[in-house]
Design a protein around this ligand. Structure first.
Ligand code: ADP
Length: 593
């Protein structure tokens, strides 16, 4: 078993997590202890009153009324301390889980991209939500419950022993059997619990996939198949739930039988001893009452201990994330990153995969506009990922302004790059907030200027609330092209040293594309610009074009040079050129003015 999932490892982790909340926890346990003492005082008072009752010393106002008052008071105080215990335990556990969620979130933000490539998002979400919830329940309820039952036994057993040895033996005869039986049972049904969980998970997945892909499902007339699939999973889930309930009801019935037998033994045995005269009526009632108080929680402890196993597993899974090494901490100074880009003999592969870049060399001068062209999988995005240190390379070198990128401050590198991705991500915030993400202090006119350059201003002002319109689930739904243009506005507003457009115009129509290319041409020289393109229209804007394939540069030069050379670029041009005459016409106006 993994060390983190073993009980001692989990206990250490839990102990570390409770730092800052230990005072509250101690208060909760103390309140619980005081409350327990009051509860266990009740049978003692009862015994005294009863023994007085059967003797001749009974006297209503002197013995019985004070006893009754004392019992009421004990219950009231028990209730009060139970309330305090619940409150403090909840505060402590909420504090701890809040800290835990925060640490997990921070860690996920800092883990290298290579980790996220491998991890499944659904699995990570589950670890951050239901595993944390398991730990919370464990901290809030179960830890205190274990302490409470232990205390019950620690207090009740000496009281019993001090009264009568035989009765003590009778009262506790079945207790170990009850605990052992519960432990054994819940250990055995753990796999069943797990199966039910998994089955529920896969049911949720089917629903989720179908909701997300509802159009695809209809377009391919797959409704019947999907309904069939759902019915099947739904049936499996029902069967498992049913099995679980059957097993559980067997268990509760059997363990009820054990508990009631234990109570019966005390009732009958005690009655017999009272008749014999070897114990007093009060002692009999004391044993009966003590046992009645502790036996139900004791019966439940088996369940609690078994659930502890679940918490141990949850903690182990959380630890797996927390123990991963985050992106190495940067100690380099965050000087601004600028200058020429020089890539030399760069090779790179994702994990154990095939080479994504293969001995690639390329130089881009400061202020230059270059286009990277090539079929999907050629390595264009990989080159950019390495430029901004999303991944670290080992073979070859990338220098910006003469300094090795590997040795530059990661944040400084990333903030020098304005990136627009093919399928940009917008947050569920207003349009303005989405644009100013890279530069939150930008003035309104600057925001508008960038939006105009990205040809999205016109769309935005048509929205009812203009720049304050919310994007996403609770606001407008933007088309792919609009999202791309918001992302371009975002990048332009940063006025970055390096501007990267990774196939960012794929979803806009040709007229809009021409407009944006024109704005970019006007800004020529303000940024070093890298255009990743599939359409040739964008490449006309570039000072130089690099044609990539299989992680290498296969051709480079200006548009005219490459046409002349008669290689892959000119072949592409002939095929696509005919399709794009409109843009061509529009662009020639830009490039020749
Ligand atoms: P392009 O941008 O030219 O389409 P990429 O740089 O995205 O090409 O991909 C280059 C190669 O690296 C491809 O074979 C692709 O499958 C692989 N690749 C890209 N991203 C990842 C990733 N995150 N994990 C594993 N392999 C990847």
């Amino acid at each position: 078993m993994d060390e983190t999932a073993s009980p001692p490892g989990a206990a250490r982790t839990l102990w570390a997590l409770t730092s800052g909340q230990r005072g509250r926890y101690a208060a909760a346990v103390s309140a619980m202890a005081v409350g327990t003492v009051f509860l266990l005082l009740v049978p003692y008072v009862l015994k005294r009153a009863l023994d007085a009752l059967v003797s001749d010393e009974v006297d209503l106002t002197g013995t019985l009324l004070p006893a009754a008052g004392l019992i009421v008071l004990c219950y009231a105080l028990h209730g009060f301390f139970t309330f305090l215990r619940g409150r403090w335990a909840a505060q402590a556990s909420e504090g701890i889980t809040r800290g835990l969620r925060h640490r997990l979130y921070e860690q996920l933000e800092r883990l290298p991209c290579a980790y996220h490539d491998r991890a499944e998002t659904g699995d990570l979400v589950q670890r951050c939500s239901s595993d944390v919830e398991t730990v919370r329940v464990f901290l809030a309820a179960q830890v205190v419950e274990i302490a409470r039952v232990s205390l019950f036994l620690i207090v009740a057993i000496p009281i019993m022993l001090s009264q009568d040895l035989t009765m003590s033996a009778l009262s506790l005869a079945l207790v170990p059997v009850i605990i052992f039986f519960a432990l054994l049972f819940f250990r055995r049904v753990r796999t069943l619990f797990q199966q039910v969980d998994e089955s529920e998970g896969s049911l949720t997945t089917v629903i989720q996939e179908n909701l997300t892909g509802v159009r695809v499902v209809r377009a391919f007339a797959r409704q019947d198949y999907e309904i069939e699939k759902f019915l099947e999973r739904n049936g499996e889930f029902r069967d498992l739930e049913y099995r679980l309930f059957r097993v559980l009801s067997n268990y509760w019935t059997l363990s009820d039988l054990l508990v009631l037998s234990q109570l019966g033994i005390v009732l009958i045995g005690g009655g017999y001893f009272v008749m014999q005269g070897s114990i007093s009526l009060g002692t009999w009632v004391l044993f009966w009452w003590l046992l009645r108080t502790i036996i139900w929680p004791v019966r439940h402890i088996g369940r609690v201990l078994a659930d502890t196993g679940k918490a141990t597993v949850a903690i182990g899974r959380i630890r797996e994330i927390l123990d991963k090494a985050p992106e190495s901490i940067d100690e380099t100074a965050g000087e601004p990153v600028r200058g020429d880009i020089a890539v030399e003999n760069l090779s790179f592969a994702y994990g154990d995969g095939p080479a994504a870049l293969d001995d690639l060399s390329i130089t881009i001068a400061e202020g230059e506009t270059v286009a990277l062209l090539g079929p999907p999988g050629a390595g264009k995005s990989t080159l950019v990922n390495l430029l901004v240190r999303l991944y670290d390379y080992e073979q070859g070198s990338i220098r910006i302004g003469g300094r090795e990128v590997r040795d530059l401050n990661r944040d400084a590198v990333r903030s020098a790059f304005g990136m627009v991705l093919q399928d940009p991500f917008l947050f569920s915030k207003t349009v303005r907030e989405n644009v100013v993400i890279g530069r939150s202090t930008a003035a309104d006119h600057e925001v508008e200027e960038s939006a105009r350059a990205a040809d999205i201003h016109g769309n935005i002002v048509e929205f009812e609330e203009g720049y304050d319109t919310r994007v996403g689930e609770r606001g407008v739904t933007l088309s792919g092209g609009q999202r791309q243009r918001v992302a371009i506005a975002r990048a332009l507003l940063m006025n970055p040293e390096f501007l990267v457009l990774d196939d960012s115009l794929s979803a806009v129509d040709t007229k809009t594309e021409a407009h944006i290319l024109r704005s970019l041409a006007e800004r020529r020289g303000r940024h070093t610009t890298i255009l990743i393109a599939h359409r040739l229209s964008s490449t006309r804007l570039a000072d130089r074009i690099f044609v990539m394939d299989h992680g290498r540069i296969v051709e480079q030069g200006t548009h005219d040079e490459l046409l002349e050379a008669g290689g892959p670029y000119s072949r592409l041009w002939t095929i696509q050129g005919a399709l794009e005459e409109d843009i061509e016409r529009d662009l020639s106006r830009v490039t020749h003015t």
